[in-house]
Design a protein around this ligand. Sequence first.
Ligand code: SAH
Length: 354
Amino acid sequence: MPDLSAALRARIAAHGPLPLEAFMAEAAAAYYAEGRAFGRDGDFVTAPEISQVFGELVGLWCALRWIAMGRPARVLVCECGPGRGTLIADFLRAARSVPGFAAAIELHLVETSAALRRAQAEALGATPARWHESLGTVPGDAPLLLVANEFLDALPVRQLVRRGGLWRAVRVGLAEGAFVAVDGPETLPPPDLLAALPPPEEGCVIEHRPAAEDFARDLGRRLADQGGAALILDYGPAASGYGDSLQAVRRHRFAPPLEAPGTADLTAHVDFARIAAAARPAAAFGPAPQGRWLLAMGIRERTAQLAAHATPEQAKALASGAARLCEAPAMGRLFKALALLPPGAAAPEGFGNP
Ligand code: SAH
C-alpha cells in the first residue's frame, strides 16, 4: 500500500497547497480501497450493519414504489456506495416476499472500491449484478429505484472561508510536516447558496459539494425521463447553513480530519436542501428524520416479528438496534431520509404528515 501522506506531502511541497476537495477525494479513494471500514472491527458502523430491518424497510419502500408504478416487468434497482453489501442483501430478501418484484429487478451497484465490490459480490451470492464507477453508465431505458445510504457524505466537499470581507478557498498545506488548512485564492460561492444564508461574519465557513450536486442533477433528470424513485439516507441539516462539518472517524472515535489521509473515514454533512434543489425537476419529499421514517415504515412491528422467533439474546440485540436507529441523539435526528420522485408525484410512503 503506497503511503498517501508521503505522496500528498511531496505534491504540496512541489506545487503548493491542494484544494480541500482534491485532498478529500484522494483520502476517500485510498480509504475505501482498503475495504476495512465497516462494522465492529472497522472504523464505524452504519445503519444496515446495526439491524437487518433497515435494509428490509428500504426494500419494502422500493417494492411499494414498484407497485405504485404499476409493477413494471423490468425495474433497475441501483445502490450507490453499497459498502459491504449488507443493505442490498437485506433489501433483496424483503423483495422476495413481494410477488413479482424480485423477478423484475435488474441490479446495478455504483462502487469505486475493488475490495468493496468483492465484498458486495459475496453478500449477493448467486444474485447477478452489474457494477459501475458512477451513475452515468447505469442504463436509462427502464424505471430506476435508487438507494444511497451514507454515500453522499463521502463525496468531496469544497470549503470557503470569509476573511477580510472576501471568500477564500480552503486549501491543505503543510506546517512542520503536518497537513493544515490554509487560505487559498479568492473564490466565489455559488450565488444561490449565498442567497439562502444570512450575511456572513468574519471567519465563517461555507461548504458545498459539486460532485454530489452533479449526481443529484443526473438523478433528477433520470427520474423525470425514466420514472422511478430515489431514497437518500444520510446525515446533515435540512436547510443550508454556515459551518465546517468535516470529520474523520477511526476505530469509532473522532480523529483530526486532516491527519493521516486515507486511514480514517473522512466525511462532511450533506446539505439536503441543495441536493433537493439540484435534483429538480424531480419532486423532493423530506428530508424526514430517519427515526420518523423508520417508524412510519414499521420498524417496531418488523423488529417485534423477528424477535418473536429469536433467542432472548438476539431479541435484545434487535430491540437495541432498532432503538439506536430511531432515537435522538443517536441516529434518529441528524440522520435523515430524502425521497426524490418524478415531477408532480404525490408523497411516497413514510413522508406523509406526522
Ligand atoms: N452504504 C454503505 C456504505 C457507506 S460508506 C453502508 O451504509 O454501510 C461509502 C460507500 O461509498 C463505500 O462503499 C465507498 O466505497 C463508496 N464510495 C465512496 N466514494 C465513492 C465514489 N466517488 N463513487 C462510488 N462509490 C464511492
